[in-house]
Ligand binder design. Structure first.
Ligand SMILES: [Fe+2]
Length: 338
């Protein structure tokens, strides 16, 4: 080998080592305005560059599976404990122990063995048409199964992960027989066959196609904060209830992340998760999607969320939502809730 070639090879080796130490590869199903600031903040603090791959939730999980042991992915960020649980079931994560994460993130928002951690919280709330319904008529999820609401409820498909996780919580608190009776009751009350996402249900309620629905709060917040008049008008017709305030609390879920089993940059990946639990990152991460920080001391200046006020949340560990998923799907199937 000539000297120049040797020198070049040496440089490449050095560059390779440096690249290995100073990069973290993040697969994320999130893409919000605040994400730029989020990733920049991490690089500023640690000098570690963030390479991002963004795609749909299930596509990312599929990709990591297919890449197997040669996957360049260090961290997976995705939404819903049910989906994080699925990824963990597929063996995609490795456990992480971190005193910082364990101190800052409430126990109910992390997988007990450290396979994944919740970094922002969302709530599945009841939205009602203010012209037709009083909030005290829908104090609980259970109340939506009352025959009084026949033909007045809109709901999205039961195969959706948010509804599967909600059923996971109902199973925990009510037991399977009562959870199934609830599904049958709500199914019997539907004003139309399940179609569309949470925003579509909110629009249907505002338009008077039905009177009440269940939605994640950030879809409502998005409409309420929208610059488009037709969207903010939808929100102005809706009232929001945090269900089950005098029983087990409102069903909550997380956006979360974990370190992947074959992460080439494990240390940087753990640092990245720890960064997500800092005050700065908590704000970006939560506010970007109108969610709440999981770190209790971090307060948002989000006008819509703040107007909804404080609420009692379910204290169930969100990992249970995933564990109950197969039972949840069977219950919905038996209730013929499509
Ligand atoms: Fe969503």
């Amino acid at each position: 080998m000539k000297r120049a070639t040797l020198l070049l090879a040496g440089l490449l080796v050095t560059f390779g080592v440096m690249a290995q130490e100073k990069v973290v590869n993040v697969y994320s199903s999130r893409h919000y305005q605040t994400d730029e600031a989020l990733y920049e903040g991490f690089t500023k603090r640690t000098g570690i560059k963030v390479n991002r791959i963004e795609a749909g939730e299930d596509a990312l999980i599929e990709r990591i599976r297919n890449e197997g042991a040669r996957s360049p992915a260090d961290v997976l960020i995705t939404v819903d404990a049910g989906r994080l649980w699925r990824a963990a079931q597929l063996g995609l994560f490795q456990p992480v122990r971190s005193a910082m994460l364990e101190k800052r993130i409430p126990e109910s928002f992390r997988e007990p063995a450290g396979h994944w951690f919740g970094f922002s919280m969302r709530a599945r709330v009841i939205a009602y048409n203010k012209d037709r319904v009083k909030p005290e008529e829908v104090p609980t999820y259970e109340s939506l199964a009352d025959p009084k609401w026949r033909q007045r409820v809109c709901m999205r498909s039961s195969t959706n992960i948010y509804n599967l996780s909600l059923m996971g919580a109902l199973i925990e608190h009510l037991g399977e027989p009562k959870a199934e009776a609830w599904a049958k009751g709500v199914r019997a009350n539907l004003a139309q066959a399940p179609k569309g996402g949470d925003t579509d249900q909110l629009k249907s309620v505002a338009a008077g196609l039905c009177d009440v629905t269940i939605s994640n709060q950030y879809y409502y917040a998005r409409l309420a904060r929208s610059q488009k008049a037709d969207e903010s008008r939808v929100a102005s017709r809706l009232g929001i209830v945090f269900p089950n305030q005098s029983s087990w609390g409102t069903h909550v879920n997380v956006s979360g992340a974990g370190v992947l089993k074959h992460a080439p940059h494990r240390e940087a990946a753990v640092q990245f998760l720890e960064y997500l639990a800092t005050d700065e990152a908590q704000r970006y991460f939560a506010d970007g999607n109108n969610e709440w920080p999981v770190v209790a001391s971090v307060k948002l200046e989000n006008p819509v969320l703040n107007s909804l006020g404080e609420f009692k949340r379910d204290s169930l560990n969100v990992a249970a939502l995933g564990r109950n998923q197969p039972a949840a799907q069977k219950i919905y199937d038996r209730a013929a809730w499509k």
